[in-house]
Write a new protein. Structure first.
Length: 112
């Protein structure tokens, strides 16, 4: 294998890996997506999920590393910006998850 093919393979693998981790989305029904959720980076100790095109009932959950639910809210609005304060939380890793019947997506937040 020549060096250019090796470099191409490495870049392709890296790009595929990055795109897989960048979205954090698990979908069991890709044709009929229930909602779209994008996450904002942690700003002012807040975690934000922007939910659009919601077609049903979804649940937004904030959990810690141990899986304990710290906050949970049921949302039926078609479009909403949902923000949770991380200010009073101890140092650690937290997960903001948005899930519907067939789709779930999440973002990891670090509190230092």
């Amino acid at each position: 294998m020549n060096i250019s093919k090796l470099i191409f393979a490495f870049i392709f693998t890296l790009a595929f890996t990055f795109s897989s981790f960048a979205t954090n989305t698990v979908t069991t029904d890709k044709v009929n997506k229930e909602f779209t959720a994008t996450f904002s980076p942690k700003i002012d100790n807040k975690a934000t999920a922007n939910i659009t095109n919601n077609k049903g009932t979804i649940i937004v959950t904030l959990t810690n590393e141990q899986g304990n639910i710290l906050q949970e809210r049921t949302i039926t609005a078609e479009n909403i910006k949902y923000t949770i304060s991380l200010e009073s939380l101890p140092k650690g890793t937290y997960f903001l998850q948005v899930r519907g019947t067939d789709t779930a997506t999440y973002q990891v937040y670090q509190v230092n």
